[in-house]
Design a protein around this ligand. Structure first.
Ligand SMILES: NC(=O)C1=CN([C@@H]2O[C@H](COP(=O)(O)OP(=O)(O)OC[C@H]3O[C@@H](n4cnc5c(N)ncnc54)[C@H](OP(=O)(O)O)[C@@H]3O)[C@@H](O)[C@H]2O)C=CC1
Ligand SMILES: O=C(O)C1=N[C@H](C(=O)O)C[C@H](O)C1
Length: 245
């Protein structure tokens, strides 16, 4: 049995993660903590799942890694500097592994992978992410990561800058620039999490779309991470590393 703690246990995703851990015969939920609970309640856990908030996740990670507890992190808001900081903490705690994934949905990971594969064949790539209006960060972690993967694929293929004649625009009209890829964030009541990657070339376009219909969609990926993270010392970024794509 793997002893699992959950941070953000009363949140939208945390509730689903707790249910999934409790339903798994090889996992034991030993701590289900939320905002006002002491993190010391994680003592005894081997793996901690974090679905909290970008403002608190670094403190949680520091504590968990410092106590040799392997984190599986869904919370977003990670940039290169934050990831480097986590790598530093892991270096001081040999044998501890951490998995940080901007999206634990298998279909979402495939959408990112397909976008990365397609990127080098098109002159233009833009990303539109659409989420529920209670989301703290924009653009989403998934969109940011997709843009990084697309930019990396284009750079590797020697692709130049994308065509764009815009010479006058209202602030934000062209979205955020992530490594040269434009990312547009929509916040709309009624939505959960959705993304379109738009690719355009000479006389044709390709749209790769992903829709999250239920937050239970994240739990198989989270459980995969929980089962594997202890075998992966150091930092692993993205669930794709565990999917043999
Ligand atoms: N990687 C992935 O696949 C996915 C990632 N996410 C990300 O996960 C994060 C959480 O999303 P979501 O569940 O929708 O958010 P919610 O706001 O519904 O849940 C977060 C929970 O964490 C609680 N919390 C805040 N601070 C702490 C703390 N220090 N310790 C423990 N709990 C705390 C919140 O309490 P309170 O409400 O009182 O502040 C809340 O109950 C976001 O960053 C989101 O982008 C979401 C879906 C999938
Ligand atoms: O906040 C959310 O809801 C989600 N957050 C993640 C992100 O920022 O990419 C994953 C998914 O999009 C849902």
């Amino acid at each position: 049995m793997i002893k699992v703690g959950v941070l953000g246990a009363r949140g939208r995703v945390g509730v689903e993660v707790c249910k999934a851990v409790e339903a798994a015969s090889d996992l034991e939920l030993v701590a289900a903590l939320d905002k006002d609970d002491s993190i010391e309640g994680l003592a005894g856990a081997e793996v901690v799942v974090d679905f909290t908030h970008p403002d608190v996740v670094m403190g949680n990670l520091r504590w968990a890694i410092g106590h040799g507890i392997h984190p599986v992190v869904g919370t977003t808001g990670f940039d290169a500097a934050r990831l480097d900081t986590v790598r530093g903490w892991l270096a001081d705690s040999p044998g501890t592994g951490a998995l940080i994934a901007p999206n634990f949905g298998i279909a979402a990971v495939l959408m990112m992978h397909f976008a990365q594969q397609a990127a080098r064949y098109f002159e233009s790539v833009e990303i539109v992410e659409l989420h529920h209006p209670n989301k703290a960060d924009a653009p989403s972690g998934t969109a940011r990561r997709t843009a990084e993967l697309v930019a990396e694929a284009r750079a590797k293929a020697g692709a130049g800058a994308m065509p764009d004649a815009t010479s006058t625009a209202l602030d934000g009209a062209r979205g955020a620039d992530v490594d040269g890829v434009r990312v547009h964030a929509v916040r709309l009541a009624g939505l959960i999490a959705h993304q379109e990657v738009l690719l355009g070339g000479d006389g044709e376009t390709l749209t790769i779309r992903h829709d999250t219909m239920s937050r239970a969609a994240f739990t198989p990926g989270v459980l995969l991470g929980v089962r594997r993270v202890r075998e992966l010392p150091g930092l692993t970024v993205g669930l794709e590393a565990l999917l043999d794509l």
